[in-house]
Design a protein around this ligand. Structure first.
Ligand SMILES: Cc1ncc(COP(=O)(O)O)c(C=O)c1O
Length: 392
């Protein structure tokens, strides 16, 4: 019999009932150290007082308003994002995949309004942009698209980081945009080198093509800058944001330059819940903390600590681990064994990590993880690896 919850996930037998900081309490009482953070979502850990305060204060005022009206919290969050980033304008969504839908629509509409027949988008192998029709078509991997055709047409997939392939394709007169994750998350914590991101921006500029960055997983402080592309010193035309921006409350956004968004006039896009007052109140509280330079400096310091511990782990267990990858607190342990086995061994040691493609175990902890929890994380990951070695 099909379970009441549709079985689209292979779930672990873990049921968490409460959380605090980087810790989650399981129904049977054990405390797990959370290095997954809801897959890069809980940037301030669990039950952060500022987020509880923002959410409950807003809950006492108004929960929901249609986008037919002005929404003060949405206005304030949009202004804050415009102030903090390259963007001139924002559209709020509830998720990353909805942000992908709009990014694709916006790029195509831009060219339509210019009277140009440009609708093809260059995307990269190994990418992940969500589970909507645009998201899976943009990613293109067989495991995402098989059985769901006919797919949204107009995506060309090139090897990740292959700038020569991009240069050869981007001059075609039907290319509208390039979409890329500065660091592939689901694809196995695969960063695009800063020099390559710069080169990609230059190729887009030379061809007059829009650059869409998917910062759903790598954005909002995760890499030690507010957005990952800042490390490369470039700006996109359109950027997808979600996950961390809501700190655990469903919230996403598409940020865009005035030019890129020029086709998105009244009536061209909408969402019932997008920009909901509860979500935006929480988003503002997240940004108040995460965008502060002192907070980001701390993320970089903590990232250094965790990375050092992980390098030690790789040295201690050369049969299990190959290398540490990633930037900031978006780290991956490339494994020599199937990464789901390592994640499972972690459950045994009461530490939560996330598997990714390419046999990588992702570590995406809360950005405010305590130093003592980083030490504890290393001890628990060590215990997990030791249990695998013992089993042979
Ligand atoms: C880079 C990237 N884009 C888009 C998405 C989709 O986001 P959501 O699951 O909120 O729809 C994800 C989710 O993992 C992601 O990592």
């Amino acid at each position: 019999m099909i379970p009441a919850v549709m079985p689209t996930y292979a779930r672990a037998d873990l049921s968490f009932t409460s959380g605090s900081g980087s810790w989650l309490t399981e129904a049977r009482g054990a405390r797990y150290l959370d290095l997954a953070a809801g897959i890069a979502v809980n940037v301030l850990g669990h039950a952060h007082p500022a987020l509880i305060g923002a959410l409950t204060a807003q809950a006492g005022k108004v929960w929901h308003l249609s986008n037919l009206y002005q929404i003060p919290e949405q206005q304030a969050l949009a202004e804050r994002l415009v102030e903090l980033t390259f963007a001139d304008t924002c559209f709020f969504t509830n998720s990353g995949t909805e942000a992908c839908e709009l990014a694709v629509k916006m790029a195509r509409k831009y060219w339509y309004e210019k009277g140009a027949a440009r609708d093809r988008i260059i995307a990269f192998e190994g990418s992940f942009h969500g589970r909507s029709s645009a998201g899976i078509a943009a990613a293109g991997a067989e495991k995402l698209v098989k059985g769901f055709g006919p797919l949204l047409p107009g995506f060309t997939h090139l090897p990740f980081g292959d700038l020569e392939a991009v240069a050869a394709e981007i001059t075609a007169d039907d290319i509208a945009a390039v979409i890329v994750e500065p660091i592939q998350g689901e694809g196995g914590i695969r960063p695009m080198a800063d020099a390559d991101l710069k080169a990609l921006r230059e190729l887009c500029d030379a061809a007059g093509v829009l650059l869409i960055l998917d910062e759903v997983q790598c954005g909002v402080g995760r890499t030690g800058r507010l957005f990952a592309h800042e490390w490369a010193g470039i700006v996109p035309d359109i950027m997808m944001v979600a996950k961390g921006i809501g700190g655990g409350f469903p919230l996403g956004a598409v940020l865009a330059s005035e030019t890129a968004a020029s086709g998105m006039v009244a009536g061209t896009h909408g969402s019932t819940y997008g920009g909901n007052p509860l979500a935006c109140a929480v988003g503002l509280a997240v940004l108040d903390i995460v965008a502060a330079p002192e907070f980001l400096a701390e993320v970089n310091r903590k990232a250094g600590l965790l990375r050092q511990r992980l390098e030690g782990l790789v040295a201690s267990y050369p049969d299990i681990f190959e290398e540490v990858r990633g930037t900031g607190l978006m780290l991956g342990l490339k494994c020599k064994v199937p990464s789901p086995d390592v994640v499972k061994a972690g459950y045994g040691a009461e530490v939560l990590t996330v598997p990714a493609a390419d046999d990588v175990v992702r570590l995406l902890p809360a950005l405010n993880i305590e130093d003592s929890d980083i030490a504890e994380a290393a001890a628990r990951l060590d215990a997990a690896a030791a249990s695998m070695t013992a089993k042979g």
